[in-house]
Design a protein. Sequence first.
Length: 477
Amino acid sequence: MSAQHAFETTENTTRDGLVRSLSHRQMTMIGLGSALGTGLFLGSASAISTAGPAVIVSYLLGALLIAVIATALGEMTAVHPIRGSFGAIARQYLGPWAGFVARWSYWAGAVIAIGGEVMAAALYLRFWWPQLPLAATIVVLACALVIINLVSVRAFGVTEFWLSGIKVTALVVFLLAGALLVFVGVPDQPAIGFGHLTEHGGFLPQGPASVWVALAVVMFAFVGFETVSISAAETPDPVRSIRTSTRALVWRLALFYVLAVGLVVTLSPWQEVASSDGDVESSPFVRVFASLGVPAAASVTNVIVLVAALSAANANLYGASRLMHSLAHDGAAPAPLAVLSRRGVPVRALLVSASGLLIAATLAATDVGNVFTLLVALATFAVLIVWAIILATYLVFRRRRGNLPAEPGYLRLWGGSVTAWLGIAGLLGVVATAFVVPDMQKAAATGLVFVVVLLAAHGTTTRRRRTLSSDSTSESP
């Protein structure tokens, strides 16, 4: 039985009860919604302070590495469009331990990321209403996201489509406006040109090694593209949708990030951008819109980053809830979390994920004992673990499948296993920044402990299931 046939049951549902109501356009927007968060609009200052204008090369290298991981994942998902995505596929090809570690790692990282995005959204609202209580605002925003996800899969897809559409449109406007300022100029302001790329210490003001060091920050701007494969189990034509969405996502992410960051360091001296420290008022978007005579440029930019934060939180909450549902279905999380509502929504898995985001957001707002900093380090390493497992799974996947069918438009990683090995080498290069980047040192230390805990938990869970199974067999007549 083919993977496609095994996936299908009725016109609108899978055999697991999930509702197939996401279009491939919505899938693409879900991926963009997860990956195009506040990190692009406000958070690129850290990478720019590390590498200067050469950060363009860092983002280009990061985009290439993400293209390898995303295409490998897309190729496997097109063959196995199943609940649990990369975690379930890793379980099939590498073993139960890999599925357990991959899904729990991604869930933990996603929940922490959602908490950070929700807290950021609450802070952006304070831009207009400074007296808003932060904790209450976080709760209200979290509840709104939960309600959207609880209604139905279709409601989530439509909401995410429009939220992502708004920030993609804003980004395109920024690119066009920035290009106008660079090449043409506006009344009372001549064309800026490319002088800022070389006039302030040169293109590599911090030295060639800074391009590598900046990858420690750059790579995590792309986190979230995995949600496309997670959503494959809830689309009517998963094989076609994953092919279309993966290709669109890869080139759009690369284009948006490389061009946007390139314009940022072209429009202003890199030292100015590096010192902005995520402040809306000093965002490059504000300067560009103000130069074009856009009224209330700071308010317009704040709307954009607010939508970006809510969109990323919404998409990641969806992904986290589906992975928790998958874990429960496979016996790797409490069984009640596998229950679906009549509309195919894993309500309990969603609520558990939402509770986690509230905890993360609370810690972010208070930073009790610097706990949230440790959680961010954990999320950082968790993502690296997931990406490494995806590529390791792909190596086994290609070895077992041999020659893939030459279907028109078949999604396939160029270079196959060789490219996957290069991707693994690239990930190791990012991990190696721990030798010079304190945050990566913290991420590696925290993450390694977390992985050991997960492996121990998996071993305990496996032994318990075997014991229960043997007891049940011995008691049977």
